[in-house]
Design a binder for this molecule. Structure first.
Ligand code: ADP
Ligand code: MG
Length: 243
C-alpha cells in the first residue's frame, strides 16, 4: 500500500462578505484522501470551488471547519518559519494566477525557493528544464515583460526545480498551447510515477481522463470520486443536473 499523503475531512470554507456580518459558504463538507504516487484531478465548472479546495488542502488557506492532514502534519498548526520551510521544501504550488515576483527576472523567480532554502543553484539544470518545457523567451527578462504562457511556464519551472513531495497545480496549462500543455502534463505524470502526489485542477476533461482519479465539484460540494476516469464518464458526471 502506498502511503497516504493527504486526508481532508469534512472541510468547509466560508468567507466574509459585505460588511463582514454575513458570510458566503464556498466549500461544503468536502472529504478526500490521496496517496504518494497518485495523480489526482479536480474538475468542475468555473466557480465550483476548485481553487479554494486546492488552497485549503495545501495549507495555504485555513478551512472554516474540518481537518486537513498533509504529509502527516496539520499544516495549520505549524508556526512561523516552520510553515515557510514546509511550504518551500515539501509542497509545490503552481498558482492559477502564477504568483511570480514581477521585479525579478524569470531565472531568479525560478530559483527563488532554492535560494531561500540555501540550496545550490545548478544553472544548467534550469536551462535544461526551460528547454524541455519549450520556454523560448530570455530567462533574464523580467517576468512582467513575458507573455501569459511564458509566465505560466516560469511558475511551473519554479515548482519543478524543487523536490516537492506533493505538487498542487491549479489549471497549470490554462495559458498554454496544445503542445506545451502535453509536455507539462507528461512531466507531471513522470513525477507521479516517481512517487510524487500530483493534484491537478483542470477543466479539460481529456486531461482529467488521463489521471488516476478524478473528483468532481459542484457548488462547493464533492459530487463524485471517479477511479480511472474516462472522458465519457467525466463528461456525463459534469453534465448531470446537480441534486
Ligand atoms: N475571497 C473570496 N471572497 C468572496 N468570494 C470568493 C472568494 N474566493 C472565492 N470566492 C467565490 O467562491 C466561488 C468559488 O471560487 P473558486 O474556488 O475560485 O472556484 P473555481 O476555482 O472552481 O473557479 C466563486 O463563486 C468565487 O467567486
Ligand atoms: Mg480556480
Amino acid at each position: 500500500m502506498s502511503q497516504q499523503v493527504i486526508n481532508v475531512q469534512n472541510v468547509s470554507k466560508s468567507v466574509p462578505i459585505g460588511t463582514g456580518k454575513q458570510s458566503l459558504k464556498i466549500l461544503h463538507k468536502v472529504s478526500l484522501q490521496a496517496s504518494e504516487g497518485e495523480f489526482l484531478s479536480i474538475v468542475g465548472p468555473s466557480g465550483s470551488g476548485k481553487s479554494t479546495l486546492l488552497h485549503c488542502m495545501s495549507g495555504l488557506s485555513k478551512p472554516t471547519e474540518g481537518a486537513v492532514s498533509l504529509l502527516g502534519v496539520n499544516p495549520y498548526k505549524l508556526r512561523g518559519s516552520k510553515t515557510a520551510r514546509f511550504r518551500r521544501e515539501q509542497i509545490g504550488f503552481i498558482f492559477q494566477s502564477y504568483n511570480l515576483v514581477p521585479a525579478l527576472p524569470a531565472f531568479d523567480n525560478i530559483v527563488l525557493p532554492l535560494r531561500l532554502s540555501g540550496k545550490k543553484v545548478n544553472k544548467a539544470q534550469v536551462y535544461d528544464l526551460l528547454k524541455e518545457i519549450n520556454f523560448n523567451a530570455n530567462p533574464n527578462h523580467f517576468v512582467s515583460d513575458l507573455s501569459g504562457g511564458e509566465q505560466q511556464k516560469v511558475a511551473i519551472a519554479r515548482v519543478l526545480m524543487t523536490n516537492a513531495k506533493v505538487i498542487f497545480a491549479d489549471e497549470p496549462t490554462g495559458a498554454l498551447d496544445t503542445v506545451s500543455s502535453k509536455i507539462i502534463f507528461d512531466l507531471l505524470r513522470k513525477l507521479s510515477t516517481q512517487g510524487v502526489l500530483v493534484v491537478l485542477v483542470t477543466h479539460d476533461i481529456e486531461m482529467a481522463a488521463q489521471t488516476d482519479k478524478a473528483i468532481t465539484l459542484r457548488d462547493g460540494q464533492l459530487e463524485a470520486v471517479i477511479e480511472h476516469p474516462t472522458a465519457q464518464v467525466l463528461f456525463e458526471a459534469l453534465n448531470e443536473e446537480g441534486s
